[in-house]
Design a protein around this ligand. Structure first.
Ligand code: ADE
Length: 240
């Protein structure tokens, strides 16, 4: 997760306890037990130069690599808040799970081969059963390092069919694929990208509510991943 405000409700819901940090990274790690599983909530921490949460792809990739090396997870979840589109029936507070592939919409490299590298297209686990059982929306998650979007971003998002716009998931998915760890995203909508109100204003108004909705659904997603016969990462009840 990128922002402490996004993570606070799920840390509280799980009763997760902070464990050792990982200098020089500003990342923080909170550990909880859910049934027979260890759940690690990793947040990117505060940027030491600018004293704000370390949002964006660089911090997300570094934190994910640290999580993979230190905790050897069975599954990674990029969790947080995101923008959606009212033209695609998104509503503030909706919680989406990732579908298909994770893409970047701000890495434009018009050289054969590098163009596809720029988009990324890292796989999400199949969340169809999870979404149906839990009643969650599914969408293609599209990542950039900007909160707003320009015309080039809009064009890329349209080409790739993006439904959920945020700033970390494709970077997490990049590391997940390198490490061979299955990965999905769970994102709560704070703002409607195609609404006349400025994104930053919507985001500030809805961050607490969306983070609380995110925590509630994350608990259900974790329980589904661990306990369901339809879990895309295996049924942990039958493993020792
Ligand atoms: N996080 C929350 N809303 C977002 C948006 N519209 N774009 C990028 N990241 C976001």
């Amino acid at each position: 997760m990128a922002m402490e405000a996004e993570a606070r409700p799920i840390i509280a819901a799980l009763g997760a306890v902070e464990t050792d940090c990982a200098p020089p990274l500003p990342a923080k790690f909170f550990v909880a037990r859910v049934l027979d599983c260890e759940v690690v909530v990793a947040i990117n921490g505060r940027d030491p130069r600018h004293d704000v949460d370390s949002i964006g792809t660089e911090a997300a990739a570094l934190t994910t690599l640290e999580v993979v090396r230190r905790f050897s997870p069975d599954v990674l979840i990029s969790a947080g808040t995101a923008g959606g589109w009212q033209s695609k029936d998104a509503r503030i507070g909706d919680v989406y799970v990732s579908r298909g592939e994770f893409v970047h919409h701000d890495r434009r490299i018009a050289i054969p081969g590098f163009d596809a590298y720029g988009v990324g297209s890292y796989p999400s686990v199949d969340t169809a059963a999870l979404a149906e059982v839990l009643g969650l929306k599914q969408g293609i998650v599209t990542t950039s390092n900007s909160l707003d979007e320009n015309d080039d971003d809009r064009r890329m998002i349209a080409i790739n069919g993006g439904d959920v716009k945020e700033m970390e998931a494709a970077a997490v998915a990049y590391v997940a694929e390198l490490a061979g760890v299955p990965m999905l995203a769970v994102k709560a909508i704070t703002d409607l990208v195609d609404h006349h109100t400025a994104t930053a204003e919507q985001f500030a108004a809805n961050l607490a509510m969306a983070s609380s909705r995110l925590a509630g659904e994350l608990v259900r997603v974790i329980q589904f991943l661990m306990g369901s016969d339809e879990s895309p990462v295996g049924n942990r009840r039958s493993t020792s």
